[in-house]
Design a protein around this ligand. Structure first.
Ligand code: NAD
Length: 478
């Protein structure tokens, strides 16, 4: 147990419930492997209480003015900014990312709250000219009702923040199940909302065995909308459960982002920037640039420059301010990454740098660049979700797009070229929910975030982000 790490509890209908007689789950620091706390798991009774309180809170929360919801979310955003350093430390202890990244993430969550606070005030309906003389057709935008939200461990504050802020701004109560690996961060978000004056029952935060909790919540009649971020495999199960109850669902699932680097791009500069983006959060990012498809004329230069930049990364405990690459987040991750790397090497991939787990305590993986990876290797089709970059040469635009679009995923994509016509062609033909041209920064509260194909459906940013929590009701007056 670690005295610097926050105390953990469930939040059920405004009440903080500690372990009591409940089952508890260990929380580990991935930099050391040590158990730093025990997390109370929700009993069926806790889940039912959360459901009942969400259902009761739905009408009063819907009736709260958009302006009052806005003010509450803005207060919560300010609390998150003030608390960012302390939240960042807790995130690093439970998730491993460098503390500067973790602190910046808490500030980003505040920005997300600000954005959706404003969007709630702009959830306009409309008046449609009627076909009947003297008639009026009104379109009212109403909250869909209680939401069950499931979030992963890789961005333990911004991913829940997107879901919570949009749902709450729209007028929906939420039951959130953050990842059991990163409970303190999810609870810090909830605490900011409670301290900002969120009424009891509008938010509950529960933990437990993910499959059991999600099934119990989604099957309940109280829940009208489901939102999940995580792997495609789990997303499909969640989608089936939601479909059984004809419930709306937003799914942000896996990705395997291609990066198209054309001959006319500045290969060395792109390679250097790529390292910062690829190895952020130890590569455990659904939009991480991963398949580097590089045109033959700049291929060797790109690979050399990338390896050189990788050698500057400093791997270590994220609490050490000089660390730029933390551990993998969970003890199951090194074995998963190893299986993919070994398969690629067996199929002829060249290890340019890295390629293995680091010895010692914690779940560290050396930053890795594999070159000439066979497109048939598993790692070219399955998300490595770790600090592994893949380099593959291509001859022309058609081949690059064929490789880029070959997977069932379609989340983020990146292209680097000086040619406007080539950039235009890639924009039209790439199968992805997001494309960054000549840069690596894709995410902001103001822009849509979501995928196509098996990367999911729905969008969690921009003006689209609140849409999934509202439905349109027609009121037709004679
Ligand atoms: P996992 O699929 O077991 O868990 C991923 C997340 O989903 C965890 O937070 C977990 O609590 C949650 N989860 C699992 N089963 C669930 C269920 N039935 N109902 C509700 N939530 C459930 O895998 P993992 O070992 O933690 O990570 C493996 C893979 O998950 C990664 O390789 C990556 O592909 C994917 N992943 C994606 C994201 C993302 O941002 N899209 C985030 C984390 C993990």
């Amino acid at each position: 147990m670690n005295a610097d790490y926050p105390e953990l509890a469930l939040l059920v209908g405004g009440e903080w419930r500690s372990a009591g007689g409940r089952e508890t789950l260990p929380v580990r620091n991935p930099a050391t492997g040590e158990v730093i706390a025990r997390l109370p798991a929700a009993s069926v009774g806790d889940l039912d209480d959360a459901l009942e309180r969400a259902q009761r809170a739905a009408d009063p929360w819907r009736a709260t003015t958009a302006y009052d919801r806005y003010r509450m979310l803005r207060r919560a955003a300010e609390l998150l900014r003030v608390r960012a350093p302390e939240i960042g430390r807790a995130t690093t202890m439970e998730q491993g990312k460098p503390v500067a990244e973790a602190t910046a993430e808490a500030v980003s969550a505040a920005d997300i709250f600000d954005w959706f606070a404003e969007e709630g005030r702009r959830a306009y309906g409309r008046i449609v000219p009627s076909r009947v003389p003297g008639g009026r057709d009104l379109v009212l935008r109403q909250p869909v009702g209680p939401v069950a939200a499931f979030t992963p461990w890789n961005f333990p504050i911004t991913i829940p923040a997107r879901k919570l802020a949009a749902a709450l701004a729209a007028g929906c109560p939420v039951i959130l199940k953050p990842a059991e690996e990163t409970p303190a961060t999810g609870l810090a978000l909830a605490r900011a909302l409670v301290d900002a004056g969120l009424p009891d029952g509008v938010l509950s935060v529960v933990f437990g065995r993910p499959a059991e909790v999600s099934e119990h919540l989604i099957r309940s009649d109280a829940v009208r909308k489901v939102t999940f971020t995580g792997s495609t495999a789990v997303g499909k199960r969640i989608a089936r459960l939601a479909a059984d109850g004809v419930k709306r669902a937003t799914l942000e699932l896996g990705g395997h982002a291609p990066v198209l680097v054309f001959d006319d791009a500045d290969a060395e500069t792109v390679a250097r920037r790529a390292v910062a983006s690829k190895f952020r959060n130890a590569g455990q990012i659904c939009i991480a640039p991963t398949r580097f498809l590089i045109q033959e004329g700049v291929y060797e230069r790109f690979v050399r420059a990338m390896a050189d930049e990788i050698s500057r990364l400093r791997m270590g405990d994220g609490l050490d301010a000089s660390t730029t690459l933390g551990p993998l987040a969970h003890e199951r991750r090194p074995a998963a990454v190893a299986a993919l790397v070994d398969d690629a090497v067996d199929r002829g991939a060249r290890i340019v740098t890295g390629g293995g787990e680091a010895p010692g305590p914690g779940y560290f993986w050396h930053p890795t660049l594999l070159a000439e990876v066979d497109p048939a290797a598993r790692i070219m089709r399955e998300e490595p979700f770790g600090p592994v970059a893949l380099a593959v040469p291509f001859a022309d635009t058609d081949e690059a797009l064929r490789l880029a679009n070959a997977l069932p995923y379609g989340l983020a994509s990146y292209a680097f070229t000086d040619s406007r016509s080539r950039a235009r062609e890639v924009s039209e033909r790439i199968e992805a929910g997001m494309l960054a041209i000549n840069h690596f920064r894709l995410v902001g509260p103001e822009t849509p975030f979501g995928g196509v194909k098996e990367s999911g459906y729905g969008s969690e940013g921009g003006s689209e982000g609140i849409e999934d929590f509202l439905h349109s009701k027609l009121v037709s007056e004679a």
